[in-house]
Design a binder for this molecule. Structure first.
Ligand code: NAD
Ligand code: UDP
Length: 310
């Protein structure tokens, strides 16, 4: 098949492209390199099945493809809050453009949505029928509401135009190719510990997250895309940790001498998050296979190497 991956130069997109290329598909990557990097895809540059197009998805584009994986959108709060209006444009105009492209050529459309559609959840763990608790005027809203609108648009194209759609709600994912300055918690703590700097715990560190290793997530993407299920599916690792536990784990693993410092909790920071993955298990036969300890080993090795390379 010929497959379009938007945001394919980023963290998750580049891992997805690796799997698609290994399956001998033709892959077209669209990216504006806001948080993505050609370095993540260099190993495919000489392969005739691979094409890279520098393009901002807020502008329309015509391409002939069989499937679209739509991932383009900055994912880290630091990056999506840097220019919140652009984040909304990427999620709304960009998603309309990609849905329009898929509709024109009859391609199956896959949306990378997020656990952030559940906001600061008052139901725990979160299953797909929970409708969420999002502050629509807060600093996370450009992303949370942007993704909620992207889901709305996806289902409207499905109902109005019969587009085949798949929607994944991704929970916190980590692994090689996250940016060292990404601002997300796993990369921050690892880079800080490796550089001998204090690990910055926001608030008292009692808020929780559940961390999925990237290869598990991508396996879930492929199974969902190949399935017959139109409704949203959570993909994430239900292993739930407080942020303080994560800081202490990384501190012990890399540098027990490193300090922990407590900094103010950002506005609207969700207090707890854990995926209910019943749907993924029943519909896709999917569950995570890489425990946090093993995933951290691989991720720490990546950052050690990355920080030594100019
Ligand atoms: P990332 O920031 O590494 O990748 C996003 C990619 O999209 C980058 O390559 C960036 O340059 C590109 N991009 C951004 N705006 C664009 C635009 N207007 N036009 C073209 N390209 C654009 O983030 P990621 O972690 O790889 O996330 C990928 C997708 O998964 C995002 O949609 C994100 O919302 C979703 N997601 C990720 C996580 C996670 O834990 N990593 C969790 C939930 C949802
Ligand atoms: N966090 C932290 N220190 C950091 C970066 C993040 O304590 O250096 C916290 C953040 O406040 C949040 C959690 O870690 O409670 C996860 O943050 P991240 O930005 O990785 O993801 P998200 O909040 O979008 O789930």
């Amino acid at each position: 098949m010929r497959i379009l991956v938007t945001g394919g130069a980023g963290f998750l997109g580049s891992h997805l492209i690796d799997r698609l290329m290994q399956q001998d598909h033709e892959v077209i990557c669209l990216d504006n390199f806001y948080t993505g990097n050609k370095r993540n895809l260099l190993h495919w540059f000489n392969n005739p099945n691979f094409e890279l197009i520098r393009h901002d998805i807020t502008e329309p584009i015509r391409l002939e493809v069989d499937q679209v994986y739509h991932l383009a959108c900055p994912a880290s709060p630091v990056h999506y809050q840097f220019n919140p209006i652009k984040t909304v444009k990427t999620n709304v105009l960009g998603t309309i453009n990609m849905l329009g492209l898929a509709k024109r050529v009859g391609a199956r459309f896959f949306l990378a949505s997020t656990s952030e559609v559940y906001g600061d959840p008052d139901v725990h763990p979160q299953s797909e029928d929970y409708r969420g608790n999002v502050n629509c005027i807060g600093i996370r809203a450009c992303y949370d509401e942007g993704k909620r609108m992207a889901e709305t648009l996806t289902y409207d194209y499905h109902r109005e135009h019969g587009l085949e759609v798949r929607v994944v709600r991704i929970f916190n994912t980590y692994g090689p190719r996250m940016l060292p300055n990404d601002g997300r918690v796993v990369s921050n703590f690892i880079v800080q510990a490796l550089q001998g700097k204090p690990l910055t715990v926001y608030g008292d560190g009692s808020q929780t997250r559940s961390f999925c290793y990237v290869s598990d997530l991508v396996e879930g993407f492929l199974r969902l895309m190949a399935s017959d299920h139109t409704e949203p599916v959570n993909i994430g690792n239900p292993g739930e940790y407080t942020i303080l536990e994560l800081a202490q784990t990384i501190q012990q693993r890399i540098n027990p001498e490193a300090d922990l410092v407590f900094e103010p909790l950002p506005q609207d920071d969700p207090k707890q998050r854990q995926p209910d993955i019943t749907r993924a298990k029943n519909w896709l036969g999917w569950e995570p296979t890489i425990p946090l300890d093993e995933g951290l080993t691989k991720t720490i090795a990546y950052f050690r190497d990355r920080l030594q390379t100019p």
